[in-house]
Design a binder for this molecule. Structure first.
Ligand SMILES: Nc1nc2c(ncn2[C@@H]2O[C@H](COP(=O)(O)OP(=O)(O)OP(=O)(O)O)[C@@H](O)[C@H]2O)c(=O)[nH]1
Ligand SMILES: [Mg+2]
Length: 216
């Protein structure tokens, strides 16, 4: 969590889209920006791209005000996937409340996905976050392509982890909201358990999800 001011009833939460280069992290944010209503969100910031490759981060903010007056700002970031930007990836990961791991479904990308997941595990440890406890959702993106790993193989490889796995095509626009709903739900529950969002601040999960996930 980036900031929590009990007196002022303000909280800033952070979600991070992580994964290998070109897996579709930025495209996820573009699709969320296109599909969700403008009421509850801010503008999408795509920072420092060179030929469409993220070299710093992207950011899409959302705002929610509960009937009790509690304000929640949600900052959704992407990291740069290219191996050489590891220091930036680590910096963006700091104080994350939830992570979406965007894997590339292309058949020849499986080793790259595992390498990137190992990198996530390593960087989480370095910024003091535990992969065991952090809300985490796996997205297998690019399901619209033909030369992709079978869904049954994905499920047998990742099923034992117990993590939610969502099939998506960020380019075509499907699976993106489902992924976002999963990570929002897990993150809300984790923050609620820890800080009593509902009991102490009257923030209801269903209202929060409904408002953030309102489609255009
Ligand atoms: N076919 C297909 N292409 C996709 C999909 N999602 C993203 N792409 C394409 O893959 C390329 C990389 O997408 P980005 O969203 O920029 O990938 P990224 O993960 O942000 O990459 P880095 O910023 O380098 O880490 C672009 O050409 C996208 O149009 C998808 O679901 N299907
Ligand atoms: Mg990117």
């Amino acid at each position: 969590m980036i900031e929590f001011d009990e007196e002022q009833k303000r909280m800033v939460l952070k979600l991070v889209y992580y994964g290998p280069a070109l897996s579709g992290k930025t495209t996820n944010l573009l699709t969320l920006h296109d599909q969700l209503t403008i009421d509850g969100r801010g503008e999408l910031m795509l920072l420092d791209t060179t030929q469409d490759r993220t070299i710093y981060f992207d950011l899409l903010p959302f705002f929610y005000v509960a009937p009790s007056g509690m304000k929640i700002k949600l900052k959704v970031y992407t990291v740069p996937g290219q191996v050489r930007h590891d220091a930036t990836r680590k910096a963006v990961l700091q104080r994350a409340d939830g992570v979406v791991f965007v894997a590339d479904s292309h058949a020849d990308q499986m080793a790259v996905n595992f390498e990137s997941f190992d990198n996530l595990e390593k960087n989480l440890a370095l910024v003091g976050l535990s992969i065991e406890h952090l809300p985490l959702v796996i997205q297998f993106n690019k399901r619209d392509l033909t030369d992709i790993v079978l869904e049954s193989d994905v499920r047998s490889a990742w099923g034992p982890s117990g993590l939610p796995v969502v099939m998506a095509s960020a380019l075509k626009g499907w699976g993106v909201l489902e992924t976002f709903r999963e990570i929002l739900t897990l993150t809300f529950d984790a923050v609620n358990d820890r800080y009593g969002l509902t009991a102490r601040f009257g923030v209801e999960r269903d209202d929060f999800l409904k408002e953030i996930l309102a489609v255009q």
